[in-house]
Design a protein around this ligand. Structure first.
Ligand code: SAM
Length: 305
């Protein structure tokens, strides 16, 4: 753990780094860099990061959030896809007062990062995911990380405002959908602060929102722990959610008829799960999707695709 005084990056340092790297931020990689120390501190605070955490950060970019994470004394492993940024980062962190023993950078697409990458680079497995996620892949990256790293018990991510609201939406609301159900499978999801556009360089067109997920410990889920293979259950819940929301206006009976091999079979499975088949998917909680998945797997233990 570092006891040095860390200097966070402000607009001047961000501009200097961008000039040095001849950086032309790309939309494709969601490259909007935070140049406001208050914002990165707010993210770290909302994540409750402490010195005992081993944090994984996706997309460290120029290092704004990485430095705020290191300021707590936590150790950080950062996963960056852009080689220019990954290469420059360690020097930036040291220049700003961090101890390079507290941090490592893995040059990789976060969608493909695995536990093995951490083992190979001698890094401790993460207890928390804290990131300003690249916007175009934010939900798939988030779900990949939760699935690949069961050691992550806390998530605090900055995403587009609309995505933040979708992730934390409750059943019955217009924006409740696949991301809400899938994130809710892992833990309790809540919205934290809204962040304005002007804390970024370059400024995006829309505001951002913070989302926190506290993973359920085994047995802590709101649904009964069934004697089922967890991965099989997850796949079935995700397949049902995908099918139920593919055409949101359809009743569950109609939307799930393909999944169950006919309308009648879908109706039976829904009734067996205590769910009204004339409802739409948007009314079903994650807990009810789990109940339906359990019924489905009992009827056909080979499970979904
Ligand atoms: N954390 C920095 C900050 O707050 O200023 C940068 C955040 S910026 C929104 C997103 C970062 O994710 C960029 O550095 C970008 O290069 C990186 N990135 C984009 N796609 C990625 C991927 N698939 N895997 C890892 N990093 C990615």
């Amino acid at each position: 753990m570092s006891e040095r005084k860390i200097q966070l990056l402000g607009p001047i340092e961000i501009r200097q780094l961008a000039e040095e790297l001849d950086l032309n931020p790309t939309k494709k990689l969601g490259q909007n860099f935070v140049h406001d120390p208050n914002t990165v501190r707010k993210i770290v605070k909302a994540a409750d990061v402490t010195a005992s955490d081993t944090v994984v950060e996706i997309g460290p970019g120029l290092g704004s959030l990485t430095l705020a994470l290191l300021e707590t004394g936590a150790s950080v492993t950062a996963v960056e896809i852009d080689p220019r940024l990954a290469e420059r980062l360690p020097a930036t962190l040291v220049e700003q007062g961090a101890d390079d023993a507290d941090v490592a950078v893995i040059l990789k697409d976060a969608m493909t990062v695995t536990v093995q990458d951490f083992v190979d680079s001698g890094r401790p497995l993460p207890t928390a995911l804290v990131a300003n996620l690249p916007y175009n892949v934010s939900v798939p990256v988030l779900l990949h990380m939760l699935e690949e790293f069961p050691t992550i018990d806390r998530v605090l991510v900055m995403v587009q405002l609309e995505v933040a609201d979708r992730l934390a939406a409750v059943p019955g609301s217009k924006i409740y959908g696949v991301p809400s159900v899938k994130a809710g499978f892992y833990g309790s999801v809540s919205r934290a602060a809204t962040i304005g556009k002007n804390v970024f360089w370059p400024a995006p067109k829309i505001d951002s929102g913070l989302v926190r997920i506290d993973r359920y410990a085994d047995g802590e889920q709101p649904w009964a722990a069934e004697l089922l293979d967890r991965e099989q259950l997850r796949r079935e819940v995700f397949a049902l959610a995908d099918a139920a929301f593919l055409q949101r206006r359809k009743t569950l009976r109609a939307a799930l008829s393909g999944h169950f091999g006919g309308g009648q079979a879908a109706e039976q499975a829904l009734r067996d799960s205590g769910i009204d088949p004339t409802l739409r998917g948007e009314k079903l909680s994650t807990e009810q999707f789990v109940q339906l998945a359990v019924t489905s797997l009992r009827n056909d233990p080979r499970g979904a695709q």
